[in-house]
Design a protein around this ligand. Structure first.
Ligand code: DGI
Ligand code: FE
Ligand code: FE
Length: 202
């Protein structure tokens, strides 16, 4: 893996100031969650830091990379909303530009936007850190999600927090009349079946 300073400089050059702030917040939150769940804090920090590395590139450029260089590892329905492209390309840049070969980090970056059925605990904490870091996300919302994690011991707390996040994202996508990729619906249903009864209505 490239040195952390190389990665930070690369990100400073290729991300907006706000996105950089979000990435640093996500790295710190991921580290905190990793500690809480006895996972590798350093790995969580790196995954959080890098997760949005492709976020500020042109949609056209990202789609071109996906179709002509990456080519595999995504579902056609994932390409129906350009906002999801950066997760596919982010995992690719992490491997190619930062020489990260830890598959857990790569997979967590890959699924940080639309989620995945049967996410590992590491993937869950990176997904959540992205949604609840406090540098750029709405504090009222992040507090509510944190409470779910703190009040419900273990992975159940993470799953409740994930369900809350999926509900919010799906509501937002619907309010804008955006396409929701099939994977996101599948993950919502998986969580709904698992912990739906434990989550209060809004
Ligand atoms: O990159 P960030 O803004 O930090 O956050 P993100 O990667 O979770 O999400 C980027 C956007 O992608 C977010 O506004 C939701 C949107 N999006 C578009 N289509 C889908 C989607 N999110 C999910 N979960 N599923 C979709 O099908
Ligand atoms: Fe993202
Ligand atoms: Fe993000």
């Amino acid at each position: 893996m490239k040195e952390i300073n190389y990665i930070k400089e690369w990100l400073e050059k290729n991300l907006s100031a706000k996105r950089m702030h979000h990435s640093l917040g996500c790295a710190e939150t991921a580290q905190k969650l990793a500690k809480l769940f006895n996972l590798d804090e350093n790995k969580a920090y790196i995954a959080g830091l890098v997760h949005d590395c492709a976020k500020n590139f042109d949609d056209g450029y990202l789609l071109d990379l996906i179709k002509n260089e990456i080519k595999v590892g995504f579902d056609p329905s994932e390409l129906k909303n350009p906002k999801t492209y950066h997760a596919i390309v982010g995992a690719y840049f992490a491997k190619k530009d930062f020489e990260i070969d830890d598959i857990e980090i790569i997979n967590a970056i890959r699924c940080h936007t639309i989620g995945k059925i049967n996410m590992t605990t590491f993937e869950k904490i990176i997904f959540l850190a992205d949604k609840i870091e406090t540098n750029t996300r709405d504090l009222r919302y992040t507090k509510r999600v944190w409470k779910l994690i703190e009040k419900n011991k273990g992975v159940i707390g993470l799953d409740l927090a994930l369900l809350k996040c999926f509900c919010e994202t799906i509501k937002k996508l619907i309010s804008k009349r955006y396409y929701i990729c099939e994977n996101t619906i599948d993950v919502y249903n998986e969580l709904q079946q698992h912990v739906g009864e434990l989550l209060e209505e809004d």
